[in-house]
Design a protein around this ligand. Structure first.
Ligand code: HEC
Length: 127
């Protein structure tokens, strides 16, 4: 292969990487979609449907695989507890459920601060 062709390919691959990074930066919620649908009436995936999640009682969909703590629920999703959930799921599930041994089935996302705010603002549009 000619050298110039190789460098063209390298530049193209780098450009693609940049574009996808920008897409991820603009839509941090994209990563939730691996496990959640945002669509009204959409099928649960690895995690429950998140349509109209803001203002909804925790663990209140017909998702079958909630952890014990989420199934029991007892709190409503608002901006504050969503922040905690996205930043430190392990700590949040204990605090929200009031049970020091509670565990969530959602892998920690470690999304904190502004990034979490961007996602929550997006979640608020789902209604
Ligand atoms: C690897 C899969 C996975 C990813 C990625 C993921 N989640 Fe989850 N999520 C889950 C699972 C599983 C549950 C159920 C947790 C339980 O029962 O303890 C859940 C539960 C939730 C709940 C509680 C829903 C309810 O009905 O009470 C919210 C809110 C939530 N996720 C938001 C998010 C957001 C926002 C993102 C993206 C930043 C995200 N999740 C990324 C798997 C995931």
């Amino acid at each position: 292969m000619k050298k110039s062709m190789i460098s063209t390919i390298i530049v193209a691959v780098m450009a693609l990487g940049l574009v996808s990074n920008q897409v991820m930066a603009a839509k941090p919620q994209a990563r939730c979609k691996v496990c959640h649908t945002f669509k009204e009436g959409g099928k649960h995936k690895i995690g429950p449907n998140l349509f109209a999640i803001v203002g909804r009682p925790a663990g209140s969909t017909d998702f079958k695989r909630y952890s014990k703590a989420l199934k029991k629920g007892g709190w409503t999703w608002n901006e504050d507890n969503l922040q905690e959930w996205l930043c430190d799921t392990r700590k949040a599930i204990k605090k929200l459920s009031g049970d020091d041994h509670a565990k969530s089935k959602m892998p920690p996302q470690k999304i904190c601060g502004e990034k979490a705010e961007t996602i929550i603002s997006f979640l608020e549009t789902l209604k």
